[in-house]
Design a protein around this ligand. Structure first.
Ligand SMILES: [Zn+2]
Length: 314
């Protein structure tokens, strides 16, 4: 078996391609891929990829890792550079997960079907697994960040936002850059400026969403987390692919306009109303949709009053 990364959130993966399947004492891994981080049944740690990235020998087998020792001070751990404190903590967590795993040198490896360990693999159980799997919103939102008609800088803003990596006042306060007394929202609403506050719950900026929904003619969004909001907004005008793509673009335009407005208020001292922000969303989305397609002719005036009609999506 080989440890390698997976795409997406990433992690150490025990992969079984062309090599024996790991059959531990407590846990048996039978899928073609299994995150070591998920072995204990908890959610996979999104930071394992960093440890993997820092590891010198990326193609070491699980058996060799076990043999070299993967506990504290084990010889398995050779890094490109010294680990930082938080990476060290992460390694500690990882070692705790591995601590409970003991490889059986003398029992042969075999394939197992995890959803049904007693009866093994059946087409029926595979079908049930696939059809009963709910799409987790947290997994769905990152997939919406990138859109071929949206400028890269906007997608990168959304990417940072969904990871709560924007320099909001709450984030700067928690890093000791701002004092607690300076962490108020620029709209003057009196709340602490967190990402969630600026983009969803602020009485000033948050009111933009209902204006946008009524411009588009879509259902209002009720979810509370930013990721869920993105997912729900994207499907709030109907489930067809074209509508979802359009709503995805609009959400990204909103986020861009809100963050730009927040920065203008903070650094330039200027302020525009919600209605003016809606106008900016209309202008940006129109520009993005028409910029990359020379055959795509949109009537600007009909766009302004009814974008779905204009796009032929009604
Ligand atoms: Zn506010």
């Amino acid at each position: 078996m080989v440890l390698e990364t997976v795409s997406g959130p990433g992690g150490f993966v025990v992969s079984c391609f062309g090599s024996p399947v790991w059959d531990g004492e407590r846990q048996t891994v039978c899928r073609r891929e299994e995150r070591v981080g998920a072995v204990e049944g908890g959610s996979a740690h999104s930071g394992w990829w960093r440890l993997f990235d820092l590891a010198v020998n990326k193609s070491v087998s699980v058996a060799d890792m076990f043999q070299l020792g993967w506990g504290v001070g084990g010889e398995t751990w050779v890094w490109r550079r010294q680990l930082r404190a938080w990476e060290d903590e992460m390694l500690g967590e990882f070692q705790t997960l591995l601590f409970t795993i003991s490889l059986q040198a003398h029992s042969s490896d075999r394939w197992l079907w995890q959803p049904d360990l007693d009866r093994g693999y059946t087409v029926r159980s595979a079908y049930q697994l696939l059809t009963h799997q709910a799409v987790a919103p947290l997994e769905a939102a990152p997939g919406l960040i990138w859109h071929s008609q949206v400028p890269l800088k906007v997608s990168i803003l959304a990417w940072r936002l969904l990871r709560d990596r924007l320099p909001t006042k709450a984030n700067l306060t928690s890093r000791g850059i701002l004092s607690v007394g300076d962490s108020h929202c620029v709209s003057g609403c009196g709340s602490v400026e967190s990402a969630h506050h600026v983009f969803i719950s602020c009485s000033m900026f948050g009111s933009l969403w209902s204006l946008v929904s009524s411009w588009v003619g879509s259902a209002p969004v009720t979810t509370q987390t930013l990721s869920d909001h993105f997912v729900q907004f994207t499907s709030s005008a109907g489930g067809t692919r074209a509508r979802r793509s359009f709503m995805q673009l609009i959400w990204l335009a909103c986020v861009w306009v809100v963050w730009t407005e927040r920065n203008h208020r903070l650094f330039r001292g200027s302020a525009t109303s919600s209605l003016h922000m809606l106008d900016k969303i209309k202008t940006f989305s129109f520009r993005w949709l028409t910029a990359k397609s020379c055959t795509f002719a949109l009537n600007y005036h009909s766009w302004w009053s009814s974008p779905m009609l204009c796009l032929g999506l009604v």
